[in-house]
Ligand binder design. Structure first.
Ligand SMILES: CC(C)(COP(=O)(O)OP(=O)(O)OC[C@H]1O[C@@H](n2cnc3c(N)ncnc32)[C@H](O)[C@@H]1O)[C@@H](O)C(=O)NCCC(=O)NCCS
Ligand SMILES: Nc1ncnc2c1ncn2[C@@H]1O[C@H](COP(=O)(O)OP(=O)(O)OP(=O)(O)O)[C@@H](O)[C@H]1O
Length: 204
């Protein structure tokens, strides 16, 4: 089983590409979901966040007020570093367990893990290959604003908190450009999928 870290900056199209790979037969895991699970009510992750950021980042129902946290951390690099310091080790540990479980099961040729901050966190060392989804910057901003109903400023501040795309291109094993229509992306993903399956020689 080949373990692929699928990455790309916000709004690049990771989830879109992951869906295509899932349709082809890959197992898919989403790190954004793990990042939510590790701060669910009752977790040590949430306790640590409250300790550092105060109860004002909680919703009345005891869940994390994600919008509030985003407003704080994406305008304050130190606060972002503190949040990352709490959540990233938790994500890493869950991810290691998941990879080991899937390897034991070995019921597919490819395990694809969507990790937005694959290179920033060093989690690229946990996977066999890093696949990067890229997007033209103007298209990226438009897609984020449309999808998240957010402002250009908020979109830009999140992009600024990530490693520049051009640096990621140098680190990636494969690059999928998702700036154009979905069919163009599909053609690229099919080629990469076929090559990866060939590489694993059908061994799951
Ligand atoms: C700040 C939080 C509460 C905002 O929540 P929100 O629901 O608005 O966003 P969500 O979690 O769905 O993330 C959406 C996208 O934002 C970007 N993003 C998220 N966290 C970060 C971060 N720490 N640094 C840079 N970009 C980030 C990613 O591209 C991600 O795909 C949340 O993103 C968070 O807890 N971030 C820290 C955990 C993390 O690093 N997650 C990425 C997994 S590697
Ligand atoms: N080729 C495409 N053509 C048009 N729209 C697209 C294309 N690819 C993705 N989109 C749209 O752009 C938005 C961002 O895509 P997606 O959610 O897949 O990105 P992501 O990298 O997973 O984002 P995030 O990092 O925020 O989780 C979505 O609304 C999606 O439907």
């Amino acid at each position: 089983m080949l373990v692929v870290g699928l990455t790309g900056n916000i709004g690049s199209g990771k989830s879109t590409v992951a869906r295509i790979l899932k349709d082809f037969g890959a197992r898919v895991v989403d790190t954004d979901q793990i990042a939510r699970d590790v701060v669910a009510p009752g977790t040590t992750g949430l306790d640590k966040i409250i300790k550092h950021f105060g109860v004002e980042v909680m919703n009345p129902d005891g869940t994390l007020n994600r919008r509030k946290v985003a407003q704080i951390v994406f305008s304050d690099p130190e606060a972002l570093a503190r949040l990352n310091g709490i959540i990233h080790p938790e994500i890493r540990s869950v991810l290691l367990d998941i990879i080991s479980d899937y390897k034991e099961k070995a019921d597919a040729a490819l395990l694809v893990i969507e990790v937005p901050l694959l290179f920033e966190t060093g989690m690229n060392h946990l996977v066999d290959e890093a696949w990067l989804v890229t997007v033209d910057p103007a298209v990226q901003i438009n897609r984020i604003i449309t999808r998240d109903n957010t402002s250009m400023g908020e979109a830009k501040s999140r992009i600024a908190a990530q490693m520049p795309q051009k640096d990621k291109v140098l680190l990636a094993d494969r690059v999928i450009d998702n700036s154009n229509g979905i069919n163009e992306t599909l053609i690229q993903v099919k080629k990469i999928w076929d090559a990866a399956v060939k590489q694993t020689d059908g061994v799951v």
